[in-house]
Design a protein around this ligand. Structure first.
Ligand code: PRX
Length: 653
């Protein structure tokens, strides 16, 4: 396929062909894929495949399910839509994700291939072959069994970015239990409420974690969280920082001591799981303060994440793949832990901050480990870009062949810098739009299609995405609208843990009549059919790519004895995408002061975590509300940004 034909196919496949004159020049800039990317791509006929997949999604996903994973028992039906929106995929099939990620590779030549390369923030290195990783996972799986963990039980994991986190996740899924990984940047209350919601009796944590040369006291936070959610009867503590911690007798056990016991045998069979059995819960922010446990299941998630990694990132046997996310978020679950291992790849994982000790850390790692594909977030790119080109230019980045971006819209300026300085104008950038709820990439380029800086381009094969108006009619080119997914896909979340009504309400009520999934995002499509994601339409704020619910920060503020009521909004920020501005109404008799503002920020840090700390905190006498009592954050936002306040007919006073 020539460069030109890839381009004309893109235009042909779009609903509105041709580039109209009124598109801004920057948007009509097309970056053609290099010949090498097209010649070697896992799917060269990508656009044909898109048409083919949408013509028969069941046949398409059936073929992928056979291509990317093994099944203990075949499924009888690819898709069961009878209980929509509670869709079932690969009905009756039996499989296990740890089997596909490890066991099957150990039975063949990949046994001695490197599965995971890890570098600590202080430069320490560790490598695991598939065989070594398999043994560690088996040992820990046997430890968990000896602790009474059974198929279907939930286990909460709260650790830093270390190989043991991946080992713990794989060990849990190997025995058919369900993990809930809580990001190590969350604090006491956030962890406690997630433990409580998942009803986990067992917690796996670390003594501490390294970040920017300092330690984060994970075990202390875990202790406080367990105090608040006493359902936990066992805590396994992995030693990382060697700092002093309090070990509670008959509750807390050291990872390394358990792994040295005879019960930690290096052989453990993978539990056959039904395709629709729960695989993991991952909490994410929604519109209420209560954490929302997104549930993924054993069959469809594997098929979806492995397919997207293979096609979007064109993963090959000899690649060295680096997804620089945190395993505590969906990106890390899908593209650090599960999909790369399922595909038998060599993955790289780095413990620390991108600019520690110097802003060349990422580029030094790329050079040292000959990373071929790098997948990171706009916030990291912007953060490193501000230090200038020289930090990257002093390193040999010639091993890179493909780049990726995820988590928030990437501004064209950062895209171009990433393309020019890091990709040296050679590496296509895969700007992947997706969500915790989607399991894997949804709107994304592949290496063979022309790119536009700032656009996530086109829906993935088998994904039926659209931008529509409130009444469901399709938006005109360049008209802002609701981003919806019209047909199910295997990686979709199956429910909200313990709250199926909330699942329906949150995702399937906006377009209930049509039966479409509403993403919560607004977007527009240009005349070529390329998607441009605008941002969240709900009370979710993306700060440095992290997803935070205003309600969670507001309830943390209100839990302080001086605060009567609070409202939080996101204000655009050049570096972090958005920052939080909090408004607080104080209790009678309390006066606002800079000291109190600092105290309240610290309180949020303790309750939710450092990422949730408001950049600005103002004291107000009242908050704008609708007559039904809902806070009108839109008005606060308009006021802070000096924008017109718009329709205020529902304002109470
Ligand atoms: O608003 C979109 C934004 O991140 C949201 C999902 O956040 P989360 O569940 O934390 O998952 C992030 C990692 C998959 C989306 O609703 N988002 C994610 N990727 C992009 C994006 N916005 C624009 N462009 C992207 N590539």
């Amino acid at each position: 396929m020539s460069d030109q034909s890839a381009n004309s196919q893109a235009i042909e496949g779009a609903p509105h062909s041709g580039v109209p004159d009124n598109l801004p020049a920057a948007e009509s800039d097309l970056y053609q894929p290099p010949q090498s990317a097209i010649a070697n791509a896992n799917v060269a006929n990508y656009l044909d495949l898109r048409h083919e997949a949408l013509a028969d999604i069941e046949a398409y996903w059936d073929a992928r399910a056979r291509e990317v994973i093994d099944w203990f028992e075949p499924y009888e039906k690819v898709l069961d839509a009878s209980g929509a929106p509670f869709f079932k995929w690969f009905v009756g099939g039996k499989t296990n994700i740890a089997y596909n990620a490890l066991d099957r590779h150990v039975k063949m030549w990949r046994k001695n291939k490197l599965a995971l390369i890890w570098e600590a923030e202080d430069g320490e290195r560790r490598t695991y072959s598939y065989y070594q990783l398999w043994q560690e996972v088996n040992k820990f799986a046997n430890v968990l069994k000896s602790m009474g963990v059974q198929k279907g039980d939930t286990v909460t994991i709260y650790m830093g970015r270390i190989p043991e986190l991946a080992i713990a996740m794989l060990a849990v899924t190997k025995i058919g239990a369900v993990h809930s990984v809580v990001y190590g940047g969350f604090s006491e209350q956030a962890l406690a409420s997630r433990i409580e919601d998942a009803q986990s009796k067992l917690l796996i944590t670390c003594d501490g974690a390294w970040l920017r040369g300092k330690t984060v006291n994970l075990k202390d936070i875990a202790d406080e969280a367990v105090k608040r959610s006493p359902i936990v009867h066992t805590v396994i503590v992995c030693q990382r920082t060697m700092q002093e911690v309090q070990m509670t007798q008959a509750r807390d056990y050291w990872w390394h001591e358990l792994m040295a016991l005879p019960i930690a045998s290096p052989v453990c069979p993978s539990e056959p799981m039904d395709a629709e059995d729960p695989l993991f819960i991952l909490y994410t922010s929604g519109t209420t303060g209560r954490p929302k446990g997104v549930l993924h299941t054993c069959g469809g998630y594997q098929v979806y994440t492995a397919t997207t990694l293979k096609y979007v990132f064109d993963l090959k046997e000899d690649d060295c793949w680096w997804c620089a996310a945190d395993p505590g978020w969906i990106t890390g679950h899908s593209y650090i832990v599960y999909a790369p291992l399922i595909l038998g790849a060599t993955g790289f994982m780095y413990e620390g901050a991108p600019d520690y000790p110097y802003p060349n850390r990422y580029w030094k790692l790329v050079e040292e480990y000959s990373i071929t594909i790098l997948y990171t977030a706009p916030t990291a790119i912007r953060g490193l870009m501000r230090f200038g080109d020289a930090w990257a230019e002093r390193h040999d980045l010639s091993s890179l062949r493909l780049l990726g971006s995820v988590g928030e819209p990437i501004n064209p300026e950062a895209w171009r810098w990433y393309h020019r300085v890091i990709g040296q104008e050679r590496c296509p950038i895969m700007d992947t739009w997706w969500q915790t709820e989607t399991g894997g990439c949804m709107i994304t380029p592949t290496p063979v299609i022309p790119l536009k800086p700032g656009s996530a381009t086109l829906p993935f094969t088998g994904i039926d995405a659209a931008v529509v108006r409130e009444d469901g009619s399709t938006c005109e080119p360049n008209e802002d609208g609701y981003l919806v997914i019209k047909r199910p896909w295997p990686g979709m979340a199956r429910t909200v843990w313990g709250d199926p009504d909330r699942y329906v309400e949150q995702y399937w009520s906006e377009f209930a009549k049509q039966g479409w999934y509403f993403t919560g995002d607004s977007a527009r499509r240009d005349a070529d059919g390329y998607f441009w994601i605008i941002g969240r339409m709900d009370d979710v704020i993306k700060v440095s790519g992290y997803r935070l619910g205003t309600a969670e920060i507001e309830s943390a503020l209100v839990s302080h004895p001086d605060v009567a009521e609070s409202a939080c909004i996101g204000i655009p920020d050049e570096l972090r995408g958005n920052v939080i501005h909090a408004f607080c109404m104080l209790n009678a008799g309390v006066t606002g002061s800079p000291d109190l503002a600092d105290t309240l920020k610290l309180h949020v840090r303790h309750e939710v975590g450092p990422i949730a700390v408001p950049a600005e905190l103002s004291f107000v006498d009242s908050l704008p509300k609708t007559r039904s009592g809902k806070i009108m954050r839109r008005l606060l936002k308009a006021q802070v940004q000096g924008l017109p306040i718009g329709d205020v007919s529902t304002l109470a006073e």
